[in-house]
Design a protein around this ligand. Structure first.
Ligand code: EPU
Length: 347
């Protein structure tokens, strides 16, 4: 590994291991690698990519990506930092947060300031810039509920744009950044509208249960954040100890007719109304019924406490992890005639 003295402030490195930059801990290598801390870094990277005619990939915390192979192009690591209050009223605070800020730190900052809206999203690994990309969600809240705007750098034409909440086309674990504009935008900052008069959301049953002896008016966002951290810790593996990317699959959505068919055979199957004629199934339950919970396949495995999560037990390659995910997908399709979609981006 050596540094190319191509740019003054930003160093472009060659042939770098991505192991420290993906939470699966997969040891894939990349042709060129740079840490982007400013728009001028980004402009220089944009020129470099154009001159070399290489493909590129933007990484935040690397917590939702699986490297199947080495990557020939350039990885741009979002290291933009800063949290700024840009507007304030009696009820709300508008924060402009740089894309490279760690998401869990932002939640802790907001909870500490008494600003409500994202406390249910405590401890989700990753960066602020990645949060709108997959519209992160947990315990009854999705980030789309607080995102006002997303400021991006377009790596196709080198221009900066601002996308409104509507233009982000948010959906369940999806947005324009994962669909029609996939891989095109580097998220510079996200504007979030947070409440000075927080409304506590205990719609997720296990969370509600933790406060059942309490009047909801007396529950604080600090307590909700602590409860969410506690539930996450009891169910989800910490990437620091065991490589993983949270849910590997999305919960599948089926029609009422499909649901009724399944319920005839599997009366205890969990499901949730998903608007209109649609229902969400619990992928974790479907995978567990196929006998995968806690199963090892080489160095990869299905987590013993949450079957939606695929883990790296040691030195699993991206291919080993993907093979297990494919086997899970095929088994669920065979047993339930339900197609599981990956939530994780496979590169
Ligand atoms: N279940 C099983 N077996 C399992 C896992 C779950 O039977 O191995 C059952 C549970 O008993 C429950 C149902 O499935 O009846 C739902 O489980 P859980 O409440 O754990 O939530 P989930 O639907 O499996 C989703 C998100 C998680 C998020 C939790 C809590 C997706 C793909 N996953 O999981 O998000 O933390 O709800 O809100 O929507 C992530 O995206 O990385 C993630 C972890």
């Amino acid at each position: 590994m050596y540094a190319t003295p191509y740019l003054c402030s930003m160093v472009i490195k060659n042939n770098v291991s991505l192991k420290p930059y993906n939470t699966f801990g997969v040891d894939a290598r990349v042709g060129y690698f740079a840490e982007v801390k400013s728009v001028s870094d980004l402009k220089k990277a944009f020129r470099f990519i154009g001159e070399k005619e290489i493909s590129f990939l933007i990484l935040g915390g690397g917590s939702n990506v699986l490297f199947k192979n080495n990557f020939d192009g350039m990885v741009l690591l979002n290291r933009m930092s800063g949290i700024e209050t840009i507007d304030e009223s009696a009820d709300f605070v508008m924060l402009k947060v740089a894309g490279g800020e760690p998401w869990p730190d932002l939640v802790d900052y907001c909870v500490g300031q008494g600003l409500g809206g994202i406390e249910n999203l405590s401890n989700i690994p990753g960066t602020v810039g990645a949060a709108p990309i997959q519209n992160i969600g947990a315990y009854g809240v999705e980030v789309k509920e607080v995102v006002e705007e997303v400021e991006v750098f377009d790596l196709q034409n080198g221009q900066t744009h601002t996308l409104s909440n509507r233009q982000c086309e948010f959906a369940y674990r999806s947005s324009v950044f994962k669909t029609s504009a996939r891989g095109r935008y580097f998220v510079l900052s996200v504007k979030l509208k947070l409440s000075k008069k927080p409304v506590i959301n205990l719609s997720y049953a296990p969370l509600k249960k933790m406060f059942e002896s309490r009047n909801i008016e007396s529950v604080s966002i600090k307590e909700v954040s602590a409860a969410v951290k506690h539930i996450r810790k009891s169910k989800l593996p910490d990437p620091e100890n065991m490589g993983n990317a949270g849910s590997f699959f999305k919960n599948p959505v089926v029609t009422k007719a499909e649901l009724q068919n399944l319920l005839k055979k599997y009366g205890d199957m969990p499901y949730y109304p998903f608007g209109g004629n649609s229902f969400k199934l619990a992928a974790g339950w479907l995978i567990e019924q196929c006998g995968f919970k806690g199963k090892h396949m080489g160095n990869a495995g299905v987590h013993e406490k949450q079957a939606l999560v695929i883990v790296n037990h040691g030195h699993a390659s991206g291919e080993e992890i993907l093979n297990l995910a494919m086997e899970v997908k095929h088994s669920v399709a065979e047993k339930f005639s339900v197609e599981l979609e990956f939530e994780v981006n496979v590169v």
